[in-house]
Ligand binder design. Structure first.
Ligand SMILES: Cc1cc2nc3c(=O)[nH]c(=O)nc-3n(C[C@H](O)[C@H](O)[C@H](O)COP(=O)(O)OP(=O)(O)OC[C@H]3O[C@@H](n4cnc5c(N)ncnc54)[C@H](O)[C@@H]3O)c2cc1C
Length: 479
């Protein structure tokens, strides 16, 4: 009965959307349980503020059933931009990936009942009941912060996070999802001891980072960033609760000086015979930072994970949140990091750069090769994320300036991607590649499997038009 109704609605919707005679007149038409709404400005906008493709209609589903209905209809519809669908979570994409020019944007945040944490109890060796995490059942539109809030009620939490928690789980998993915990897996909870140490040598900075990720029994989180100017020192300190007395000389024209900061954290509960303080002391004794510039603070687990929210609030106050964000994120094999840093610094003006440049190591064996996330081939299993997270102030950097930055990023990415002959063999993260050929190159030997999955699960290329991997064409399945 349900199935019959679904097929009927699907047929009606399909005709209305795709027939040249009975073309749907208005996105506000209601088709049984499927309501299509007029697009809003936000449905053609994302955090990147670089791409803007207005959809034909928006859907705010209250249940997965409505989405199934829509997809059922569109998968049998004639190819047309209107017959494409993009899921939109928190809309924090950088290059229109959650947009559907002329198609339909499904706003997953409208779905209700987003997070359910299911915990089971088992008997431990000593006979007492112990709590074992079973799973968190998370809806398509759940934010990571909602998952965290729900998990903490049970005293449990997932081992790996993103830095910023106001992204959806669906939106992040469609890319990967990385942070300072990514180099290891393990439980986290209670308090965190959060440490920052400054450097003036890139080689010593990265050497110490690699030392830290080689100590997963003691260290729970490792990141780091470049400090290009006073402003980047100030804005990176917003969420960090300890007073930082580091006022370095950034040099002058022609002799600019760049500094680096390692950020690591130790979780209180994990240490059996020694306190977190002792662990921090032990670990920091092995590091070669600029003495005495190491600072630490103890914060709650929630505040630590939610730290980027304070940066968001500060950027909002300064009018620098809803602005274009020409970001560049690259996974660079260890052998190429100095070359990449130099290449990047040739394109970045240290004086007025606004935003963080994250740099930290990740271990490629922690990545599941069965997913569509692509990481570079590395001889030693170590790659670095370089996240150039720039905000542009429209009063100082207009459209042409943003285009120029994007063009510089394209050149940097092209050079970093080069394999052989001294090339770095890097891979881009969160990119929208300019053409299907670039995507093939990006996936490399994984392309065949990825394309085969598309043929199997979405043969008519209805889903994800904003990624621009599989154009919606008549002979879609033969691409
Ligand atoms: C301030 C900020 C901080 C960030 N920090 C990090 C970080 O620390 N680590 C990290 O890895 N990334 C980070 N990112 C990048 C972020 O993970 C990606 O941009 C992610 O795609 C954004 O999630 P979203 O919910 O906003 O997704 P959207 O922009 O809404 O969607 C992204 C993509 O996922 C698809 N999608 C959305 N929901 C679903 C679903 N339910 N099922 C299938 N596909 C879906 C969309 O169609 C689109 O292609 C950050 C981005 C910003 C702006």
């Amino acid at each position: 009965m349900e199935l019959k109704a679904l097929n009927l609605y699907a047929a009606v919707l399909s005709v209305l959307l795709c027939s040249s005679v009975n073309f749907i007149q208005s996105p506000t038409d209601v088709l049984g349980p499927v309501t299509l709404l007029e697009p809003t400005p936000s449905s053609a906008r994302d955090f990147g503020s670089v791409v803007s493709d207005a959809p034909f209609a928006v859907m705010r589903p209250e249940s997965p059933y409505e989405i199934a209905l829509l997809l059922g209809a569109l998968s049998s519809a004639a190819p047309s931009p209107r017959a494409t669908v993009a899921a939109r979570g928190a809309g924090h994409s950088l290059h229109g990936q959650a947009q559907a020019g002329g198609g339909i944007v499904v706003e997953t945040r409208a779905l209700l009942g987003n997070v359910q944490v299911v915990v089971t109890r088992e008997h431990g060796d000593s006979g007492g009941a112990i709590t074992v995490p079973a799973y968190a059942d998370v809806g398509a539109g759940a934010l990571w912060v909602e998952v965290l809030e729900e998990c903490l009620k049970t005293g449990l939490a997932p081992p790996s996070w993103t830095d910023y928690l106001y992204l959806t789980v669906g939106g992040t998993l469609s890319n990967g999802g990385i942070s300072g915990q990514t180099f290891k897996h393990g439980p986290q909870i209670s308090n965190v001891r959060w440490v920052r140490a400054f450097y003036d040598s890139f080689e010593i900075f990265t050497g110490d980072q690699e030392l830290l990720v080689s100590m997963p029994e003691q260290v729970d989180y490792v990141e780091g960033f470049m400090v290009l100017n006073e402003q980047s020192l100030e804005s990176s300190s917003i969420a960090f609760p300890a007073q930082i007395n580091f006022s370095p000389d950034f040099g002058s024209n022609g002799r600019k000086k760049v500094y680096y900061c390692i950020e690591f954290a130790v979780h209180d509960f994990q240490q059996n015979d020694s306190s977190a303080d002792h662990v921090v002391e032990q670990v920091s004794g092995k590091l070669s930072y600029l003495k005495p510039h190491m600072y630490s603070a103890e914060v709650s687990y929630f505040d630590f994970l939610n730290r980027v929210k304070m940066e968001e609030d500060s950027l909002m106050r300064r009018g620098l949140w809803d602005v274009p964000h020409p970001w560049l994120n690259m996974f660079v094999p260890k052998h190429g990091i100095t070359q990449f840093k130099d290449l990047l610094m040739d394109t970045v003006s240290a004086d007025d750069f606004e935003g963080p440049i994250l740099v930290y190591p990740l271990l490629t064996d922690k990545w599941d090769g069965n997913t569509s996330a692509v990481v570079p081939a590395t001889a030693d299993g170590v790659m670095y994320i370089f996240g150039v997270l720039r905000s542009t102030d429209p009063t100082r950097c207009g459209r042409a300036c943003v285009e120029l930055i994007l063009e510089q990023h394209r050149r940097v990415a092209d050079e970093a991607r080069r394999v052989g002959g001294g090339g770095m063999g890097a891979k881009q993260y969160l990119a929208r590649q300019p053409s299907p050929a670039h995507w093939r190159n990006h996936f490399g030997s994984g392309w065949g499997r990825f394309a085969a999955r598309k043929v199997r699960f979405d043969p008519r290329h209805v889903l994800g038009p904003g990624q621009v991997i599989f154009p919606r064409t008549d002979n879609a399945a033969s691409m």
